[in-house]
Design a protein around this ligand. Structure first.
Ligand SMILES: Nc1nc2c(ncn2[C@@H]2O[C@H](COP(=O)(O)OP(=O)(O)OP(=O)(O)O)[C@@H](O)[C@H]2O)c(=O)[nH]1
Ligand SMILES: [Mg+2]
Length: 221
């Protein structure tokens, strides 16, 4: 199953769902929305996705999608953004890598990705990646990638107390510390296709600090 959190992605979500359907025509696609000010829900349905509603925020949207996937017995789950950042062509490689891992992260920081990332974000992600690697005692590179594949048994271990605020590096550290095998593979990525990011420069600083604290907490709790 493909789980796509989407808020105010009306102009993009249709193309994202159709791209997934092209490469994985038989795989159910679930778009998780909340409080959209546009026609995200209509466009997602029109493109062939099931739409469900969550509480507010990216992390809660993911959790709601994961619970749904487990409830219907999905054999694997790929989470991806609804803004066009994650080419559907990467889904097969992520899913395939689940043969040797519980959680696979599509990484922008390995050879073959070619993602143009702004300098300030790059520095922040590199620093947080180093910190998360210390906390996990495993090298983690693209700790904010929202293009991830999960085995259902791994999701079942994580979903009951899945974070409701920030769900990036902290989720990876928690997964490693719970004994899950976490791998990264290179996947192509693009910049978001217009619309508004959930991170502005100012909110991004607060977000990075919160993520650093939450990630450290995972190492000691
Ligand atoms: N349902 C739901 N989805 C959300 C919410 N906030 C963000 N999203 C979606 O989560 C995905 C990731 O958000 P983005 O804003 O793209 O975050 P990002 O990829 O880290 O940042 P960019 O690189 O700037 O795109 C997108 O598909 C958003 O539409 C929310 O509150 N609810
Ligand atoms: Mg995005």
């Amino acid at each position: 199953m493909i789980v796509i959190p989407a808020r105010n992605e009306g102009p993009r979500i249709g193309a994202v769902v159709r791209e997934v359907r092209c490469v994985a025509p038989d795989v159910p696609i679930v778009v998780v929305v909340n409080a959209c000010a546009d026609d995200t829900e209509v466009q997602a349905k029109k493109a062939g996705a099931t739409v469900i509603t969550s509480g507010s925020g990216y992390a809660r949207a993911l959790r709601t999608g994961f619970i749904h996937a487990l409830r219907v017995g999905a054999p694997w789950v790929v989470q991806m953004d609804g803004d066009g950042q994650h080419p559907a062509a990467g889904i097969a490689a992520l899913q395939h890598s689940l043969k040797a891992a519980d959680l696979v992260v599509g990484s922008r920081f390995m050879e073959g990705s070619g993602y143009p990332i702004p300098l300030d974000r790059n520095v922040a992600i590199q620093l947080l990646g180093r910190w998360a690697s210390v906390c996990a005692r495993q090298r983690l590179r693209d700790i904010t990638s929202g293009f991830r594949a999960w085995r259902p048994d791994a999701l079942a271990m994580m979903v009951a107390d899945y974070p409701e605020d920030v769900a990036d590096a902290n989720v990876l550290v928690r997964a490693v510390r719970r004994g899950l095998i976490v791998r990264e593979i290179a996947v192509p990525m693009r910049a978001r296709d217009g619309g508004v990011s959930m991170h502005t420069t100012r909110s991004g600083v607060g977000f990075a600090l919160r993520m650093a604290v939450l990630t450290g907490w995972e190492a000691v709790r």
